[in-house]
Structure formats: structure tokens, C-alpha cells
Design a protein around this ligand. Structure first.
Ligand code: ZN
Length: 119
């Protein structure tokens, strides 16, 4: 098996959608591109930098708590639900998890408004 994973920070040559909050990554702004292969299938995900740093924070927390094995990670697209779960286990008293959760909720809400336009 040749599973691998890499991440690079790129400057958008055109608009993309963030795989976590679905907001628009505007042309010329920076974003993270995760790429690799898992179980023989290639993958590529684009993430806006605020979501990328939220994922990094949560990933570190979960590893500290032994909730993630070395070869595991937060599934792409699941950051919001993982943050909800983490924050609820802290009984919504963790300042940082709550802040990250509110931030991603706001971006998702804004992205939803854009998608709703003109339809
Ligand atoms: Zn995002």
C-alpha cells in the first residue's frame, strides 16, 4: 500500500470552495491543499486558512487526549461536526473550541447565503 499525505499552502489562481466551511477561497488568496492517496485512491482537498488552522488546533487537542491514532486524522469535510462534538464534551465551556466553532459556523452561514443567491 502506498498511502501518503501531504499539504501545501498555495495562492489561488482562481476561485475555489473550502471543503470545510464551503466559503469561497477568492482568487489570489492563500489556501491549503491536502493531497495524497488512501486505500489506493487519490484525494485532494482545498481548505481556507481559518479552517486549516482550526483543524490543526483540534487535531493537536485530540492527539493530546489520545482520541486520534498516529495514522488517523480528522476526516475532510467533518471539521464542523468534530468541533461541535469536542465543544459539547467540554460542555461548551472551552473558550478556544467555542471561538473556533462560532467562526466556522459564521463562515458556513455566509457561504450558504451566497449559494442561495439567485436561486
Ligand atoms: Zn473554510
Amino acid at each position: 500500500m502506498s498511502d501518503f499525505h501531504g499539504v501545501v499552502t498555495l495562492v489561488a489562481a482562481k476561485e475555489h470552495a473550502c471543503c470545510e466551511c464551503h466559503s469561497v477561497i477568492t482568487k489570489a488568496s492563500q489556501y491549503d491543499r491536502d493531497f495524497g492517496a488512501m486505500d489506493g485512491r487519490g484525494f485532494s482537498y482545498k481548505t481556507c486558512l481559518p479552517c486549516a488552522s482550526a483543524r490543526e488546533w483540534l487535531d493537536k487537542k485530540l492527539r493530546q487526549m489520545n482520541c486520534l491514532n498516529a495514522d488517523e486524522g480528522i476526516k475532510f469535510g467533518d471539521l464542523h461536526s468534530e468541533l461541535v462534538e469536542f465543544a459539547s464534551e467540554e460542555r461548551f465551556l472551552g473558550v478556544e473550541s467555542l471561538r473556533l466553532l462560532l467562526d466556522i459556523a459564521q463562515r458556513r452561514n455566509d457561504a450558504g447565503k451566497f449559494q442561495g443567491e439567485g436561486s
